[in-house]
Design a protein around this ligand. Sequence first.
Ligand code: AMP
Length: 189
Amino acid sequence: MHHITVYCGASHGRRPAHRQAAAEFGSALAEAGLGLVYGGASTGLMGAVADAALAGGGTVTGVIPEDLVRHEVAHQGLNRLEVVHGMHERKARMVELGDAFVAMPGGFGTADEIFEVLTWAQLGLHGKPCALLDTDGFFQPLLAFLRHAADEGFVHRRYLDNIIVSDSPREILSSFAGHRALPHLFAGV
Ligand code: AMP
């Protein structure tokens, strides 16, 4: 495992705990010698995780669409900034570069990104671990919805149970070693 792709808010959110957790995650990555891959912005939790990883001596790669560069949200201090043509290319590249995926608190963008990698995992398009950094129980309402979707027969419980959920950056990083990719939905069909 070399690179972790992080999805998180382009905003800071209301609670200082979220900014602090993003910074802790960035520091934990640097300490573990793992490179950060993220959306390349300087704002919100995105900027906080990147700044902390850089401050800890870590390596940070940003992948950002050219439109957002024009809006001057790109982080100028990264080890590498890949400028791509659009959001689809960005997401594909972030999936390619990361050996595991972590969502931190965020909004539509974060939800879009983590749901895509969760969907791709159950289709067997990748076998990489997916985790939620559950600071202050941020993801509990989402997990409650997903349990409801499983109870209603729309989500297979095994894929839900395979999502790593923790409020501890170090626990998330150490859980990656024991991760097992599940057979995909259509395996053996
Ligand atoms: P959100 O959770 O809605 O704040 O969106 C953040 C996620 O979507 C990040 O992981 C980015 O990859 C992408 N994204 C959405 N909006 C922005 C933005 N203004 N600047 C950079 N990335 C963004």
